[in-house]
Design a protein around this ligand. Sequence first.
Ligand code: G6P
Length: 615
Amino acid sequence: MCGIVGYIGPKNAYNVVLKGLQRLEYRGYDSAGVALYADDELKICKTKGKVSELVKKCEKENITSGHIGIGHTRWATHGEPNDVNSHPHVSNSGDLVIIHNGIIENYESLKKELTNRGYSFESDTDTEVLINLIEDVKKKENVKLGKAVQVALNQTIGAYAIAVFDRNKPNEIVVARLGSPLAIGVGEDEYFIASDASPFIEFTNKSIYLEDGEMAVVRLGRNIKVRKIKNDKLIEPYVQELQLSLDQIEKAGYEHFMLKEIYEQPEAIKDTYRGRMLPEKGLIRMAGIDDNIEKFLNARRIIVIACGTSWHAGLVSEYLFEDFARIPVEVEYASEFRYRNPIITEDDVVIAISQSGETADTMAAIKIAKEKGAFVFGVCNVVGSSISRETHAGAYTHAGPEIGVASTKAFTTQITILTLIALKLGKQKGEISNSQFHAYLNELDSIPEKIERTLQTNDAVIKVAEAYKKAKNCLYLGRGHNFPVALEGALKLKEISYIHAEGYPAAEMKHGPIALIDEMMPVVVIATKKGHYEKVVSNIQEIKSRKGKIIAVVTEGDTSVKQMADHILEVPDTFEEFTPLLTTIPLQLLSYHIAVMLGKNVDQPRNLAKSVTVE
Ligand code: G6P
């Protein structure tokens, strides 16, 4: 969490840093701050709240220029989100200034030592401890800033992406990373620093992604030198050419990123399977799978690890792998997996799913699986992200940047990738015949158009949202392939409208949640034609007889559920295995409209962040 931005060069650093922070606000928005060096002076402005608050404060205090600057948007870990705890933090002498994304776990013992040596602290943060530790090393050992940062970091335990500069040498920024992402944008006569490339993509498409345990001194007029933090070893930096465009990270006329991203799903799914799925040839081609096909075919089981919405995509894949490829699957929360004593062998294939590719728990779980000898395959959206680099092989979802904190297109594109893998393995294992395989590919190819049709039911969804926007609770039920969709629907509602919602397998309702049902309780039931239709219809009757309000997601043309439900939302017919790609859509729209009607901040819901790089 937390977004960091830095700039050094001929432009006004204030403009670059503030705009960059706005793009990174999805990473946290509890507080924001900037440090600029201008007119021989280090100026700092920071405030509780969003970047827009920071802009107001900077303008009021006339802190709006500099040729070097660093900025931070914070998701609070240590200390409440107030002005004092906001970054940047300054060392006791006032010379050094830092921004930090991550956690220094041993900050308390370091703070004690520094306090004993006369240092004092204004804030409750681990970051203020780190900058004073760097200052202490710099003074004691009489070394340059880069060296001081390196020595200090070797005394810390934790995670970080940091940028530091010295007001006495305002032509360089020292950066380092361990566990949190850090990219350096390389311009003609300027450098950018950011948590991801979005703050600098309009200026340069050349980027160096620091690896874990690396640091760099970014100095004007000199090529970037990257070193290992541990042993100072010099590393040749790899300058990557990025494909990202500015259009992709702007709202394109939509009121919110979330709505834009919901509507992008037909195209995003096409981008996911383009070049990989060739229905006319009856072929699925995926380099990451083809190159490791034996591992998959001989897998004793597949273990899927993920968090949040990605975990729900993992649950959907359990049905797909078992149906198509007959491979046993376990789906694990990465945070639980890593702290258990999981039994993993070399015959296991681990699939790690992560939109951001930066989630700390998923990353840690991958490391454990690798240590135990498993083959680890990544499904990530962000190209070049930490998880995509840590895994043995993988497949990108190619959904394009997802900015709305509540995940939408990442979810459906993850399901698409996992469907392709499951189909491919099923075919190779002889579990799916040629004709079935062709039929599946053709049907999958029609899904984007069916999502377009589903999106046209938006007006019907708005009516449902209007009717239930004041609900205090909401239940989501689904069976089989649509059980994970029920969980995801409930999560979406919770995340952005703050209405309490629970997802359940429909049949489990009678083991508890049924006690909650009365005329005040809306129940969203996924009741598409295939699969467990009759059973779900019985569940609907049970809700009806207890006066619950039923919102049913049904297959176009359904008449039986229509008679019982208070509202229906229709999706086109498709194979049962592909229904999650359609049934998810009205649930995303429902939570979106309710949140808008309640006046909530849809793209940046309270307390959440898009990329969770703390444990
Ligand atoms: C956060 C986000 C969720 C996301 C989860 C996992 O909680 O708010 O939308 O599903 O992290 O993130 P990942 O990037 O690993 O998919």
